[in-house]
Design a protein around this ligand. Structure first.
Ligand code: TPP
Ligand code: MG
Length: 544
């Protein structure tokens, strides 16, 4: 068979069902071989869209999302989405076509050294130099991408190799390593430290979701009476409605939840990764002890010196420690939780127009079922969503907080809808991030994927304006004009709605979710709330 065909067989063997990408001249053989495979190819309108789709598909399914581009400019367009997956620990395999190996040694049309270009933004970056090594390369790419901590593998596939014949080769057996059970000693040491603590608190990170340990985490918290804060990327590991949930941490300023950390004498970091939230922001004075429970040893950081590391399978670690520890009866956080819950509700009925961020989020939560999926973009809206959107289940509020690249929400919501056709998918995005990948509306329309895109319209790079005002008291080059988002949506054959009073938002959202097509909602937002929040948190008095 042709090498390209063997390559496609290997993808099938890995359980890949979907590829996102754009065909090019240098991957003609692969594109042709796909026609005789079980794989679904989603043709996108920008390689960045394809990469973000693979990123979110991988994060939601736990299996590597796959994207494909041609050489040179096709491959450079993948870069942001690849880096995002890699830093957000989402499993991904990115594939690019390449010129024939007979012209890689010289200056040549569209030729770039892609293996080196992708090296710093991937775990494994490789070129296929002989057809015979395809089974090993594909197997290794998927194994590396999917093994803790997950990330991206990049494969460069020169066109002359793809067209060669290869005999007697077949895909390799799919094997992933099981994480080792943490040692008994470490479990005993952690349980002992925990026993002696009075006010332990849990900081759960995305690793809890990746290792499927959410139920064990909730059980652990309940049996030992320990409150749980999550990172932005771990929203939903414990239902926000749970009495022990303290919401999400991640603002660069103190928030109510900081009071929980300040009171604590022990912080249990579970599946937490410092890429998600700098330790100096929650461990400034380093007065609390830290226990690190994760698949891999703690990263070195001067604010993250651990008293004990329990390394290995997170589920096994939690089960082991819970069996040897005690209920912390004094560890009451009712007052703090009440304050946090009041924050969720405080502006639920605010009649103001443009709408307050708090009201937008409240109405969005009312409109969605607990299992529906929100993919959030990056900006001021993300800060508000992370703080106030009440996620009840893991992986229902996708936030990029490793690489935090704008433009993820629209392609991400398309991928969410593909991964879970029975759930609603909503892209929550700023007006700037929206236009970074709005072209993927066409992809969603073509694939008949209903997606709701809720655009927070402030005519500005709102988050940057917020920071400029905080730091310098004046803004610099952050405003822009917007197209008519309703007409823009309609030009794709999608629907567009404009919210003109606060009370219109909830019915508009419900209608959009029922419309069964792509809908763009233009929702004007009042970001004066940003500075009000900064002021309020600056004067924060701890409710415990
Ligand atoms: C690709 C990319 N470019 C720039 C940034 C830096 N950045 C972070 S938020 C932001 C502004 C986002 O504006 P918008 O999408 O309108 O959201 P808003 O802050 O107004 O809610 C910028 C420029 C980034 N994170 N990613
Ligand atoms: Mg904006």
């Amino acid at each position: 068979m042709k090498a390209a065909e063997l390559f496609v067989r290997c993808l099938e063997n890995e359980g890949v069902d979907t590829l996102f990408g754009i065909p090019g001249e240098e991957n003609l053989d692969v594109m042709d071989a796909l026609l005789d495979s079980t794989l679904r190819f989603v043709t996108t309108r920008h390689e960045q869209g394809a990469a973000f789709m693979a990123d979110v598909y991988g994060r939601l399914t736990g299996r590597a999302g796959v994207c494909l581009a041609t050489l040179g400019p096709g491959a450079t367009n993948l870069v942001t989405g690849v880096a995002d997956a890699n830093m957000d620990r989402a499993p991904m395999v990115a594939i690019a076509g390449q010129a024939a190996t007979t012209r890689l040694h010289k200056e040549s049309h569209q030729v770039l050294d892609l293996v080196n270009m992708f090296r710093p933004i991937s775990k494994f970056s490789v070129q296929i130099l002989e057809p015979e090594i395809i089974p090993e390369i594909v197997r290794k790419a998927f194994k590396v991408a999917g093994t803790e901590k997950p990330g991206c593998s990049f494969i460069d596939f020169p066109e002359n190799i793809a067209g060669q014949q290869v005999e007697g080769k077949a895909p390799l057996k799919v094997q992933f390593p099981a994480l080792p059970t943490p040692s008994r000693d470490k479990i005993a040491q952690a349980a002992d430290i925990l026993d002696r603590a009075e006010f332990p608190i849990i900081m759960a990170g995305n690793g809890v979701i990746r290792s499927g340990a959410c139920a064990e985490l909730v059980d652990f918290a309940e049996k030992l009476n320990i409150p749980v804060a999550t990172t932005f990327m771990a929203k939903g590991v414990i239902p926000t409605s749970h009495a022990l949930s303290l919401g999400a941490v991640g603002l660069q300023a103190d928030d109510y939840i900081s009071c929980g950390f300040d009171r604590a004498d022990l912080i249990l970091c579970i599946g937490y990764d410092i890429v998600e939230y700098h330790p100096y922001l929650w461990h400034k004075r380093q007065e609390q002890k830290v226990i690190h429970i994760d698949s891999l040893p703690a990263e070195v950081d001067e604010h993250y010196i651990v008293a004990c590391g329990v390394i290995g399978d997170i589920k096994a670690a939690l089960k082991g420690i819970v069996a040897e520890s005690r209920y912390h009866a004094k560890n009451v956080v009712t007052g703090l939780r009440q304050t946090i819950v009041q924050e969720f509700q405080a502006q639920a009925n605010a009649p103001d127009f443009p709408l307050k961020p708090q009201r937008i989020i409240w109405d969005l939560r009312q409109a969605l079922a607990p299992e529906d999926i929100v993919v959030c973009d990056v900006g001021a809206h993300k800060m508000w969503m992370a703080r106030l959107f009440q996620a009840e289940r893991p992986n229902t509020c996708i936030i990029s907080n490793g690489f935090a690249a704008m433009g993820i929400a629209v392609p991400g919501a398309v991928a969410a809808r593909l991964a879970y056709p029975d759930r609603h998918a909503v892209a929550v995005t700023g007006d700037a991030g929206f236009l970074m990948n709005a072209q993927e509306i066409e992809t969603a329309m073509r694939l008949r994927l209903p997606v709701v895109i809720l655009v927070w319209n402030d005519g500005s790079y709102g988050l940057i304006k917020w920071k400029q005002m905080n730091q310098f008291g004046r803004e610099s080059h952050v405003d822009f004009g917007n197209p008519d988002f309703v007409k823009y949506a309609e030009s794709f054959g999608a629907k567009g709605y404009r919210v003109t009073t606060a009370d219109e938002l909830l019915p508009t959202l419900k209608r959009a979710l029922d419309d069964d097509t792509v809908v763009v909602i233009d929702c004007p937002v009042d970001y004066q709330e940003n500075l009000r929040l900064t002021e309020k948190l600056g004067e924060l008095v701890c409710p415990i």
